[in-house]
Structure formats: structure tokens, C-alpha cells
Design a protein around this ligand. Structure first.
Ligand code: NAP
Length: 270
């Protein structure tokens, strides 16, 4: 009997995922590898996965990573906690702006194209579904830092970089979903904001957009947002709608957020 081997073709582009231990970076790393791309990822420690390149944004990237091995850098590494950015302005700005720009410069000078993951937080969040042409007006330090890097990229590497603004990623392992599930399991009250909106996207959609950006060598500024925008309270009810006993545990809570909306009007490369 003849043996058949499934041959996964080796793809031309070689991808470096900075921040590959995180929610988005880890998904991208695994998916690109599974499709035959040469893809490596970084973390500050080996704690999570042994195969990571150890890299902290505080380090000079060209001293830690052989950049000539790669043609693309997907920038997922950042201080992503809005609270930590507010409470530790000096450190978070150093990482999310100064050291991020330094790494972008070094990658670009080595000929890598950059895909920078930005956020709906660059907008004020006063309105839903911001379009690509609306003026950013961040209300948080996290949003200010994202915008500073976006502006730097647009001024310096417009033709070799892509900025992809995202709305909130929600998966079964996202922190808030985990917290809700734990409370539901132990029959505790679940408080969820009914004046703050979320517009969830999934990891596959992000991968599909990024793969397309890479295949088409697209550059410029894009938005990927969820189709619906619902309050955390509505989302929570939707998540547990098959179990009446859990629905009874869900109570609305007021956030008084300065930026209640987190949605974007999707705008992607053709
Ligand atoms: N998830 C979302 O809903 C969402 C929405 C909009 C935009 N974004 C943006 O998308 C990107 C990825 O988000 P994510 O949710 O995957 O983030 P995440 O789960 O918080 O992961 C952050 C990653 O950054 C790395 N990192 C943190 N500090 C670092 C430092 N000083 N030097 C080097 N690496 C560092 C972490 O690695 P170690 O801790 O292992 O070192 C981790 O791999 C971020 O830029 C985020 O702002 C995310």
C-alpha cells in the first residue's frame, strides 16, 4: 500500500511575534507555525513555554534577537493593563512608548515590516463605532501610549508598517469570562456593568486579518471591531442564557466610565 504524507508547504515570510506568551501573540504563533510559516515568539521568561526567545523590551532587540532571520514583526508585547498604565506612568510609558519605538526602529532598520496591534482606546469612547477617519482622543494613559506609537509609525514607516486597531478580544479564557464562570460555579452574585459597552472579537478573526496583511504586504491603518456592541451586563446574560439559575445571579452595576464605548467600525485592507 502506498504511503501518503501531508506536506505542509514552507511559507516565504518569516515571522517574529513579540509578546508570544500573551492571549493574542500565543494564538498567532501557534497558528502561523501550524500553517508552515517560520515563526518564533518572545517572552520575558521561560516560565510559560520553553521554546520562546527571551526578550524584554528594556533590552536592545538587536542584541537579543537575530533580526535578519525575520521578514515580519508582529508587535503584541506591551503593558496591557489599563490600571497599571494609570498607576505607574513612568514605567509603563517607558515600555509602551520609548522602548517600543526603539524596537520598531531597530526592526525596521533591519528590513522587517511591522504589524503593530493598537486599540479602540485611542478614541474617547463617548460614541460607538469609531471610523478610521475620526480623530483619536484617548482618555487613558494606555490609549495615549498607543496613539504616540501609531503617530511615530505613520510619520516614519508608513509604507512598511501596518497598524491594526482592535476591540476587546473575548475567549473562554479571558480574565473577566473566567471570573464570571467561577462565580457562577460557586453560586455567587455576578455584578456586570450596564453602562459600559464591549464589542467582542475572536482570535481567528485577528489571525485571518493579519495573514491577509502579510500575504498582500498591506500597509496603513486598519480597524477590526466586533459586529455588535453590548453592555457587560447583556454579554453576561447572553453567556449564561441556557441556565436560569445562573441568570438570577447576574446583577447590573454602574461603572461611571469616562469612555463607555469600546467599538470600532471595521475597516480592513481589500
Ligand atoms: N486582548 C485585547 O482585548 C486587546 C485589544 C486591543 C488591543 N490589544 C493589544 O494587542 C496586543 C496583545 O494583547 P494581548 O491581549 O495578547 O496581551 P497580553 O495577553 O497581556 O500579553 C502581553 C504580552 O506582552 C509581553 N510583555 C509584557 N511586558 C513586556 C516587556 N516589558 N517586554 C517584553 N514583552 C513584554 C508579555 O510577555 P511576558 O509576560 O511573558 O514577558 C505578553 O506576551 C497588545 O499590544 C494589546 O495592547 C489587545
Amino acid at each position: 500500500m502506498q504511503n501518503y504524507f501531508m506536506v505542509i508547504p514552507i511559507k516565504k515570510e518569516k515571522i517574529l511575534v513579540l509578546g508570544a506568551s500573551g492571549e493574542i501573540g500565543n494564538f498567532l504563533l501557534k497558528k502561523f507555525k501550524s500553517l508552515g510559516y517560520f515563526c518564533e515568539g518572545t517572552s520575558r521568561s521561560h516560565k510559560k513555554f520553553s521554546e520562546f526567545i527571551i526578550y524584554d523590551l528594556k533590552d536592545d532587540i538587536d542584541k537579543k534577537i537575530k533580526l535578519s532571520n525575520f521578514s515580519y514583526c508582529i508587535f503584541c508585547a506591551a503593558e496591557t493593563s489599563i490600571e497599571r498604565c494609570e498607576n505607574n506612568e513612568v514605567n509603563s510609558r517607558f515600555i509602551n512608548v520609548d522602548r517600543t519605538i526603539d524596537a520598531i526602529n531597530k526592526c525596521s532598520n533591519s528590513g522587517l515590516r511591522i504589524i503593530f496591534l493598537s486599540s479602540s482606546a485611542v478614541f474617547s469612547g463617548q460614541n460607538p463605532y469609531y471610523t478610521i477617519n475620526q480623530k483619536p482622543e484617548p482618555k487613558t494613559k494606555y490609549g495615549v501610549y498607543k496613539l504616540l506609537v501609531e503617530n511615530y509609525i505613520m510619520q516614519n514607516y508608513k509604507t512598511s508598517s501596518t497598524i491594526l486597531r482592535l476591540t476587546k478580544v473575548l475567549t473562554s479564557s479571558t480574565k473577566i469570562i473566567q471570573e464570571w464562570k467561577e462565580k457562577a460555579k460557586s453560586k455567587r452574585t455576578i455584578f456586570a456593568f450596564n453602562d459600559k459597552y464591549v464589542s467582542p472579537i475572536d482570535l481567528d478573526s485577528i489571525f485571518n486579518v493579519i495573514e491577509k496583511i502579510i500575504k498582500n504586504k498591506s500597509n496603513g491603518l486598519y480597524h477590526l471591531g466586533g459586529e455588535e456592541s453590548l453592555t457587560y451586563y447583556e454579554l453576561c446574560k447572553k453567556l449564561f442564557n441556557s441556565d436560569v439559575s445562573i441568570l438570577k445571579l447576574i446583577k447590573p452595576e454602574i461603572s461611571n466610565s469616562l469612555s463607555p464605548n469600546g467599538s470600532l467600525k471595521t475597516y480592513l485592507p481589500k
